[in-house]
Design a protein around this ligand. Structure first.
Ligand SMILES: *[C@@H]1O[C@H](CO)[C@@H](O)[C@H](O)[C@H]1NC(C)=O
Length: 401
């Protein structure tokens, strides 16, 4: 499979992480970001050697960040405390916000509760600094107001080369927001093979890579989810293969260019990849998750016949309400974004729970050499499907034992 070489590179990559991170410097968005809501924003954060910071957040009316609505200047201080207990590889920090200034950039402003001092900088309570590509990962922001349990798309150093958006964002101030250009809408086409662009992190201390294949003519999909115990995806714990059907729905009213989909999971296979996960699966009694006591390391088992893994809260068939969006990376490769999962580990199994923001993108695997093979560039890190619940439950058990 043509996704394999990408995945192999991803699993073997060298990542330099500094703990505790010295985040002194100027960090900026390299694209228009979408948060649950949806909210559209760009960020420009300055951290000083004495621990103080000045964080600019610019909010927009549109998903291209071309129509500014208001900006916030948040001042305060941040102090790294210790390794995060929630997300391995992350650093937990203490944040103190001293002042929030709001500047309205249109006739009427209706800022959500983000400017509340206790919320505005909660993202700083979790951070990770990867030096290879100079990327600063800050905690994710949820509608549920939960503590960060994953990351937003990373900020880049304002000095990063070949980053046009970084330059625009870094020169903006409270009164002069960055205005990005409206992009032509890219049609959402799922057809083909897609793979993660980095080792992704999920709430519940999960690390994984995803590989998804869509067949538009038969409206079927397959997914391969490799789970790992470490933040650079080197030590596999278990893998899940899932497949099912999907149907395309209406264009999203909330996010221009995005399209609603409905997914069902009808088949699922689980493969324990280490001793700990194998023994865990063997603990389950009766016909709850594959056949009782029969799990072996490296041997896949179909859990379709037991309607999924009841012990782990995964029932088949399972339906999810999705949101997809198309994109492009700086080298012109096609990217595919699907919906961010709720931070409580549940799944969007009702239309009203449909996501309003996105996971890190999947990249299209090159087509048998027709697309020019680029050196693999790692960017943002992101999400899964029904499978998320299963994964979270497994990890929870890991922690308990
Ligand atoms: C962090 O880096 C800055 C320069 O980027 C330096 O001035 C500062 O002393 C460093 N802080 C620590 C604690 O190493």
């Amino acid at each position: 499979n043509r996704c394999h070489s990408r995945l192999k590179q991803l699993h073997g990559q060298q990542v330099t992480v500094h703990t505790p991170p010295n985040i002194t410097g100027h960090w900026v968005s390299n694209s228009c970001e979408v948060r649950p809501g949806p909210e559209f924003l760009t960020r420009s954060y300055r951290f000083f050697p004495d621990g103080s910071f000045q964080a600019l957040q610019f909010y927009y009316q549109d998903p291209d960040c071309s129509k500014p609505s208001y900006s916030l200047l948040i001042r305060g201080s941040v102090r790294p405390l210790r390794a995060s207990w929630l997300v391995r590889g992350g650093t937990a920090s203490e944040v103190h916000v001293s002042r929030v200034q709001l500047r309205c950039l249109q006739t009427a402003c209706d800022p959500p509760d983000t400017p509340a001092p206790d919320r505005s900088m909660q993202e700083l309570t979790l951070m990770r600094l990867e030096l290879r590509a100079e990327e600063l990962f800050l905690g994710d922001v949820h509608t549920e107001h939960a503590q960060p349990a994953g990351y937003q798309s990373p900020l880049r150093s304002a000095k990063a080369e070949r980053c046009g958006v970084c330059r625009i964002v870094s020169s903006a101030d409270l009164h002069h927001p960055p205005v990005l250009s409206a992009r032509p809408e890219r049609p959402v086409r799922l057809q083909g093979d897609w793979v993660s662009t980095r080792c992704e992190v999920r709430p519940g201390v999960l690390f994984l890579t995803r590989q998804l294949t869509f067949h538009e003519d038969s409206q079927t999909w397959t997914g391969q989810y490799e789970h790992f115990s470490d933040p650079v995806c080197r030590h596999p714990t278990f893998s899940i293969s899932a497949s099912g059907r999907y149907s395309r729905g209406a264009p999203s009213a909330a996010i221009g260019g995005a399209v609603q989909f409905t997914f069902t999971v009808t088949h699922m296979t689980v493969t324990p990849m280490d001793v700990a996960t194998t023994s865990l699966l063997n603990v389950f009694r009766g016909r709850e998750c594959g056949s009782e006591g029969s799990w072996q390391r490296g041997v896949p088992q179909d859990v379709t016949s037991t309607s999924g893994c009841a012990a782990l809260g995964v029932r088949l068939p399972h339906t999810e309400y999705e949101l997809f969006r198309a994109g492009q990376d700086p080298s012109g490769h096609s990217l595919l974004y699907n919906g961010q999962r709720p931070s409580d580990g549940s799944s969007p199994d009702r239309p009203e729970r449909r996501p309003t923001s996105f996971q890190p993108p999947l990249i299209r695997c090159s087509r048998g050499g027709r697309e020019r093979e680029q050196p693999f560039r790692l960017s943002a890190g992101g999400g899964s499907n029904a499978l998320h619940t299963l994964a979270a439950a497994l990890v929870l058990l890991h922690t308990l034992m």
